[in-house]
Design a protein around this ligand. Structure first.
Ligand SMILES: NC(=O)c1ccc[n+]([C@@H]2O[C@H](COP(=O)([O-])OP(=O)(O)OC[C@H]3O[C@@H](n4cnc5c(N)ncnc54)[C@H](O)[C@@H]3O)[C@@H](O)[C@H]2O)c1
Length: 387
């Protein structure tokens, strides 16, 4: 195979952006846009105008069976990601799924099982993994430079989204259409990064508010406490209702602390490990000597979506290692589900023995009482790259 023939399902904000990168801007060597699919007549018109000559399908099954594509990129609302991915594997296609992997872990476990049965490449659009800043933090933690982790605090309250955003699609910010609020929409990137850099927490206790700032039924304000296997603790705070908000990550370890703010990494580096200092020190107020180091990492954000597309193409064509394997999509989603679950049951959520079935039942109760928003003014606004 010389080039990957890609089909894209869902031509909304994100899917149309991917079409532009591949077909109009030719940013992805080795990949061509061979077909597109959307259920909306308005999107069909858009495709006919913007992508002349690219075959259009009104349903995924027909595109899968067409023989025109080797791989599919799924960019429809979250609930449908797993079912479309499973069907893609069954039709012998390579699959790249948009984030989040799905809405609930039970369906994502099924998707991962289907991927495991197939010999196809399975990726997920975790474009933030291409950001050199997060790659460097991961490196500092995993190489042992920071020492044993003691605490992580991530405040991500700069995901501001006004009511007009929540009203920009009937599926948005509803249990039935979206399956959650900021945890499932904006935060999948951060919840993936936190586990990609630091590993999975063992259990979670959360305090989540639903419709605190907006007329929505899902969450717009989250405070969660994480516990890790080694005893480290974490605090994860996010909201769509604060302006201007903050994005500040601080990870402390035995060898100091890493702070990431404004895409700049500062390493407050202990000259000796704090535990070692404590073992030998006799002075009541003596602290380990600490140096403030600015860590070099490109601040351009990396290649983002195009980087993931290039990597996916190379994985299919040359067996290149995936930066974001699809199977890993469940990790961030498990943290997300656990945060919801802890608040719903008003207790701890155990990630190692997560009750996938009970989570699904509780979600189903929300879906059953969900008020799908009617008559909202759906705009394919220019939201690309904003989450
Ligand atoms: N990686 C990122 O940075 C990023 C950014 C934006 C959106 N996304 C993800 O992309 C997905 C889509 O989000 P969006 O903002 O583009 O939504 P959107 O509402 O703008 O677009 C979704 C499109 O899918 C179509 N669609 C729905 N069900 C379909 C089906 N069964 N078959 C074919 N077409 C179908 C709709 O008609 C619509 O055109 C979401 O899961 C979202 O989380 C990811």
């Amino acid at each position: 195979m010389k080039e990957v023939k890609l089909g894209i399902i869902g031509l909304g904000n994100m899917g149309s952006g991917h079409c532009m990168s591949i077909h109009i801007q030719h940013k992805v060597p080795g990949m061509i846009l061979a077909a597109v699919c959307d259920i909306s007549a308005e999107r069909r018109e858009w495709a006919e105008q913007e992508l002349p000559g690219v075959p259009f399908f009104a349903n995924a099954e027909d595109m899968y069976k067409s023989g025109l594509i080797d791989a599919v990129l799924i960019a429809v609302p979250h609930y449908d990601h797993p079912a479309l991915a499973i069907s893609g594997f069954e039709h012998g296609l390579h699959v790249l799924v948009e984030k989040p992997a799905g809405v609930y872990t039970k369906q994502v476990l099924e998707m991962n099982a289907a991927a495991a049965k197939s010999d196809k490449v399975f990726g997920i659009m975790y474009n933030q993994r291409t950001n050199p800043v997060f790659q460097k933090v991961r490196d500092l933690v995993q190489s042992g430079e920071l020492g044993e982790m003691k605490r992580v605090v991530w405040i991500i309250t700069d995901w501001y989204r006004p009511q007009a955003y929540h009203d920009s699609g009937s599926w948005r910010s509803t249990w039935s259409g979206e399956g959650g609020g900021t945890l499932i929409n904006q935060n999948p990137h951060n919840l993936d990064l936190i586990q990609w850099m630091l590993g999975m927490p063992k259990r979670v206790r959360s305090f989540v508010s639903f419709g605190k700032y907006y007329n929505i039924e899902v969450e717009d304000d989250v405070t969660a406490y994480f516990e890790y296997e080694n005893g480290a603790s974490g605090l994860y705070i996010t909201s769509t209702g604060e302006a201007p908000g903050t994005n500040r990550l601080e990870v402390s370890g035995d060898m100091g602390k890493i702070v990431v703010e404004n895409n700049i990494i500062t390493f407050h580096r202990n000259r000796v490990s704090e535990r070692e200092h404590n073992r030998v020190n006799t002075a009541p107020f003596a602290k380990p000597e600490s140096w403030v180091c600015e860590i070099p990492a490109s601040t351009d954000g990396g290649e983002q979506h195009v980087g993931i597309l290039k990597n996916f193409a190379k994985a299919i064509l040359n067996g290149e290692k995936l930066l974001a394997p699809g199977e890993e999509g469940i990790n961030g989603l498990l943290i997300s589900n656990a945060i919801h679950y802890s608040t719903w049951v008003d207790g701890w959520a155990d990630l190692e023995n997560f009750n996938h079935e009970h989570f699904y039942e509780l979600l189903q109760e929300k879906i059953n009482t969900s008020t799908e928003k009617k008559n909202v003014n759906r705009q394919v606004a220019d939201l690309k790259g904003t989450y």
